[in-house]
Design a protein around this ligand. Structure first.
Ligand SMILES: CC(=O)N[C@H]1[C@@H](OP(=O)(O)O)O[C@H](CO)[C@@H](O)[C@@H]1O
Ligand SMILES: [Mg+2]
Length: 551
């Protein structure tokens, strides 16, 4: 590293001192904390994004958001050149950077890491980082810190893409690296045109009966509401009413949004008795999560939740059906055998897993966190992954898409088989291939419901969720819990799993597991049973065991 680069880094980083006593961790989804302590972290994340760009000789991304956290928090995460999450191999470096005590130790870390990774910072190779932020008030000054971090690496360019949803920024990074047009307009055009394509293929009998085409969306008072309003002007055949779009004075994520709706199972603000029976959906604060819900009665706040597991089930069912049409009458040896796989976590409701297996699908579990689900789903030709909380997507392999394009051109024009090929190709364009995207998910749900002529009630009744309960337990040291088998078994502390098993067998359809959270300082407890009372008592007993073993 030359002296100019060293002195630029030393000078710039001294303007962003780390707050005394602070400890940052890249965690499940980037750095998150109170916005007031984040400047140094975001500055350093800018350096990280630029180095990642240099290393990969590709465009990377940096998004400033704290998703469903409260408005005073903020956060930062890096998008890898694929548009996915930062490679896990760089997470330890991310942690070390964020926690370096002063400018000198920061510089030393960067020099050593650049050497180890053979990253040359002589300005001859140009780094490029796309920047996005959500609507949080702290976003503007943090964005400035990120720019300064990127500019601290000689020859790097920070390109401000403005206020965006998280999935929009990830989509742009992926598109740029594929040599495609990558503006927000291009994103909206790709989604709206593939949605239109799916809608033109709605079978005639469904159009005649006319599925109710109105959807009411809770925008969490975040970035998603306003962006959805722009997108919906480009759509036909679907009427969307957006509430909680952040313009009416409501507070981000307060009593609104996908996280609140999924965890509390009550109506969000601005929804109520007038919405009984309507098809409703909630986005989270940065619009990468989506859940649907129904308000069943005017006399209570309760909702019928249609969560990520049910979105996954609807997608899996539709794709399986289209593949069935496509392969009809084709001898096995003549067709590309597409591997379809479904990826869930241990939090997936047991009834959803049974349902998916009952459809004959291959279902695998990974640890919590989309970085794990995404990686697994990418092993299939069509990999569908969702967390129960509504974050997920459908990944298509290049080789399958290539075959599908070819097959589509060979099939008789207007045949059912060709229509199935067109639908699958449209799904691959509608669904964000970089990360889970509430807009892609929402438009695909709407297109499928219309194609199948299903109401939200019909969809919701695909299977009945087993009653479940989630609890959090504060402990001295959450790292004392070590899990295995996609977090379904606690291998440490010794004896705790046997004790959990002894409780679980007391309940019909009982299932319970514990794991340390990756975003909060707690142990999470999950329990499921045939009755709500059973799930509640099982969760409480397991929480007590956690206190006993770790208290
Ligand atoms: C039970 C649960 O919902 N866990 C969430 C939560 O992770 P934890 O590691 O459980 O804190 O935040 C993650 C990031 O948003 C999300 O991927 C995950 O699903
Ligand atoms: Mg989010």
């Amino acid at each position: 590293m030359d002296e100019d680069q060293k002195s630029i880094l030393r000078r710039a980083s001294s303007r962003f001192p780390i707050p005394p006593g602070a400890k940052f961790s890249y965690g499940t989804a980037g750095f998150r904390a109170d916005a007031l302590v984040l400047e140094s972290t975001v500055y350093r994340a800018g350096i990280l994004a630029a180095l990642r760009s240099l290393k990969t000789r590709s465009v990377t991304g940096l998004m400033i958001t704290a998703s469903h956290n409260k408005i005073s928090d903020n956060g930062v995460k890096i998008a890898d050149p694929s548009g996915g999450m930062l490679t896990q191999a760089w997470e330890p470096f991310a942690d070390a950077l964020a926690n370096a005590a002063d400018s000198d130790s920061l510089l030393q870390l960067i020099i050593e890491f650049a050497k180890k990774e053979s990253i040359v910072t002589d300005g001859n190779c140009r780094a490029e980082v796309l920047l996005g932020r959500d609507t949080r008030p702290s976003g503007e000054s943090l964005l400035e810190a990120a720019k300064q971090g990127i500019n601290s690496i000689v020859g790097s360019a920070a390109i401000d893409m403005g206020i965006l949803t998280t999935p929009q920024l990830h989509w742009m990074v992926r598109a740029r690296n594929k040599g495609m047009k990558a503006s927000e307009r291009d994103y909206s055009e790709q989604l709206s045109s593939s949605f239109r394509c799916l809608m033109t293929l709605v079978p005639g009998e469904c159009k005649v009966k006319g599925t109710d085409n109105k959807l009411v969306v809770d925008g969490a008072n975040g970035v998603g509401g306003g962006k959805l309003e722009c997108l919906m002007n480009m759509l036909d055949g679907l009427v969307i009413e957006v509430r909680n779009d952040g313009k009416g004075g409501g507070i981000l994520n307060e009593g609104v949004g996908a996280d609140y709706v999924q965890k509390e199972k009550v109506v969000p603000q601005e929804f109520g008795s007038n919405d009984v029976g309507m098809r409703c959906a909630s986005l989270d604060g940065d619009a990468d999560r989506l859940v649907y819900f129904i308000v069943p009665s005017a006399s209570s706040d309760n909702i019928v939740l249609v969560d990520g597991d049910k979105i996954l089930s609807l997608f899996a069912l539709f794709i399986k059906e289209q593949l069935g049409i496509l392969y009809k009458g084709v001898h096995e040896n003549n067709a590309y055998q597409a591997r379809l796989g479904v990826v869930q976590t241990a939090y997936a409701n047991g009834a959803s897993t049974d349902y998916l297996k009952g459809l004959g699908l291959e279902v695998v579990l990974t640890p919590t966190g989309v970085k794990f689900l995404h990686e697994k789903a990418a092993e299939y030709d069509i990999g569908i992954y969702f967390e129960a909380n509504g974050h997920g997507t459908i990944l298509f392999s290049d080789s399958f898409l290539c075959w599908l394009e070819k097959r589509h051109n060979e099939l008789p024009e207007g045949s059912e088989q060709q229509k199935a090929a067109v639908r699958l190709l449209a799904v691959s364009k509608l669904v964000n291939q970089a990360v889970g995207d509430a807009f892609s998910g929402l438009l695909l749900v709407e297109a499928i419901l219309q194609n199948l002529n299903w109401s939200i009630n019909h969809w919701s009744e695909l299977y009945w969720d087993l009653p479940s309960r989630q609890l959090k337990v504060k402990v001295m040291d959450r790292t004392a819990v070590v899990t295995a088998n996609a977090e379904t078994v606690a291998v440490k502390p010794p004896g705790i799993q046997e004790a959990i098993n002894a409780e679980t067998v007391k309940y019909p359809r009982g299932r319970s597991f514990i794991r340390p959270s990756g975003t909060e300082d707690v142990i999470r407890v999950y329990a499921e049973a045939s009755t709500q009372e059973g799930a509640d008592t099982l969760a409480q007993s397991v929480a007590k065991l956690v206190e006993q073993f770790l208290g």
